[in-house]
Design a protein around this ligand. Structure first.
Ligand SMILES: [Zn+2]
Length: 195
């Protein structure tokens, strides 16, 4: 990561969504060629009286089919993220500084898994209640529900929104540890990008 930041050369990549297992699980009818386009670049920023700080800028864009909560059909949902991270030496510093930091903090690790961080960000960017603006097929209403027609649009539960905001604020330092992925050969092995 240090070397990557020193280079400053951006990494521009396209990754198949099906290789992001946790994200793929949320999808509704993922196509084999559905991808996320992303880029990352690092930089060193001088710090008075100390080592240079290592910063990472990560940007990604994709569209993922999710399950519409009204008609249960697939709804193409654009996702974007654009985030700066600052690396800190350990978990304790991350916990201590997270509250005062605008940027997100990541713990410097010898094998930093960039794709795991990217996947975490995209998971957090998923809408709570994916829905078509206008469903291609009207939801089936039983005879007794006729009064509902043209009625209220389902709103996300405010408490659920709050919960999501809270979870977004959590220390991201934990995220850079690769989640327990299945070991062994297979497509999954190629997807780890360690810097
Ligand atoms: Zn729908």
């Amino acid at each position: 990561m240090q070397a990557f930041a020193q280079d400053g050369v951006p990494l521009v990549e396209t990754t198949l969504l099906q290789n992001m297992e946790r994200l793929a699980q949320e999808a509704h009818g993922l196509q084999p060629d559905d991808v996320v386009q992303w880029q990352a670049h690092g930089e060193l920023r001088p710090r008075a009286g100390g080592d240079d700080e290592v910063w990472l800028h990560l940007q990604a864009k994709t569209s993922i089919p999710l399950t519409c909560q009204r008609c249960m059909g697939a709804v193409a949902t654009p996702l974007e993220m654009d985030q700066w991270y600052r690396f800190v030496a350990n978990e304790d510093i991350a916990m201590a500084e997270d509250d005062q930091s605008e940027e997100d903090l990541l713990v410097m690790e010898p094998q930093f898994d960039l794709l795991a961080v990217l996947e975490d960000e995209l998971l957090m960017a998923l809408p709570l209640v994916p829905m078509h603006e206008q469903c291609p097929v009207a939801p089936k209403l039983s005879a007794g529900d006729e009064g509902m027609e043209g009625g209220e649009v389902e709103k996300p539960n405010p408490f659920a929104v709050l919960a999501q905001l809270k979870s977004q604020k959590r220390v991201k330092s934990k995220l850079c540890k690769p989640a327990g992925r299945p070991s062994g050969a297979g497509a999954g092995e190629a997807m780890h990008i360690r810097l």
